[in-house]
Design a protein around this ligand. Structure first.
Ligand SMILES: [Cu+2]
Length: 283
């Protein structure tokens, strides 16, 4: 998957940044520099170049303990093409295993990094729905917006209530390549003025150490440089939650979240996002 591609790349960049920033302390203190015998997953490709830093993974699950809200059928009759496919409102999707879908997870406090221009996050418009509904990207990373439908959509993006751009994308048009900056905030909302039910979300972060939950409610973020971070979960209706996690080289740390359905997104995600970043992070 794309996510893996840019996660791996981001980790390489992050590692490089870490090394550049910290320098190599000659004869420095032995922090958690893994003793060679400790290396269980020696197959990890990132290891050989930088034995002093290393990276691990973060794995977790987003549980939902409340009553799953109804998913009303969307009224799409106004457009004959859209009307052909019945769709439900996916603002809240509770999975069969009691987990929450479409929750974005971002690693805060890791070195800022933007993946190579070839690594893109993609949002498609399929059957008059943004697909996937929630995507993540690093600031400055390419976001490719595709229209696979045989009809006109217009991509209207918002930071809170402010329009970032609003562009028609008629049937058969080439994908739009866009990048977003820190000034756009932590969350960008996608709407279509032709089809008012269409909603999508782009969650942005300083780095590409991001994930979104799917049908299992689980996530895994690989290539996280060893260190302590805040992992932030974000759901469009229920808002952000944060967990502290320490990642050790070649190990998998756990970060689990629980929503009970009483939470409310205050749309102050931007503020939360910025205040939780390390003070010393780079742009
Ligand atoms: Cu549309």
């Amino acid at each position: 998957m794309l996510n893996k591609k840019f996660t791996a790349l981001a980790s390489t960049l992050a590692l490089a940044l870490t090394l550049a920033a910290c320098g190599k302390k000659p004869g420095g203190t032995t922090t958690e520099t893994a003793a060679p015998a400790d290396k269980k997953e020696a197959a990890a490709p990132a290891a050989p170049a930088a034995p002093a830093a290393g990276s691990g993974s973060i794995k977790g699950k987003v549980s939902f303990t409340g009553t799953a809200p109804d998913m009303p059928e969307l009224k799409r009759e106004a457009d004959p093409f859209c009307a052909k496919t019945k769709m439900k409102d996916e603002e809240v999707v509770v999975n069969a295993n009691g987990t929450l879908k479409n929750v974005a997870l971002i690693v805060q406090g890791a070195a800022a990094s933007t993946p190579d221009a070839a690594v893109v996050s993609e949002v498609d418009q399929v059957n008059c729905m943004y697909t996937p509904r929630v995507v993540t990207a690093a600031f400055g990373q390419n976001v490719k917006i595709v229209n696979s439908d045989p009809i006109l959509h217009n991509v209207h993006t918002y930071a809170d209530t402010k329009t970032l751009f609003n562009r028609a994308q008629p049937k058969g048009s080439p994908p739009m390549d866009k990048t977003f900056s820190k000034d756009d905030g932590g969350v960008v909302k996608f709407k279509c003025d032709v089809h008012p039910w269409m909603t999508g979300w782009l969650v942005l972060n300083d780095n590409a150490l991001n994930a979104v939950t799917g049908d299992s409610g689980e996530f895994e973020i690989k290539g996280v440089p060893a260190g302590t971070y805040k992992i932030q979960a974000w759901h469009e209706k229920y808002g952000p939650k944060t967990v502290d996690v320490t990642v050790e080289a070649d190990k998998t740390a756990e970060a689990n979240f629980t929503y009970d359905g009483t939470e409310k997104a205050a749309y102050d995600f931007k503020e939360v996002h910025i205040s939780l970043n390390h003070p010393g992070h780079q742009h």
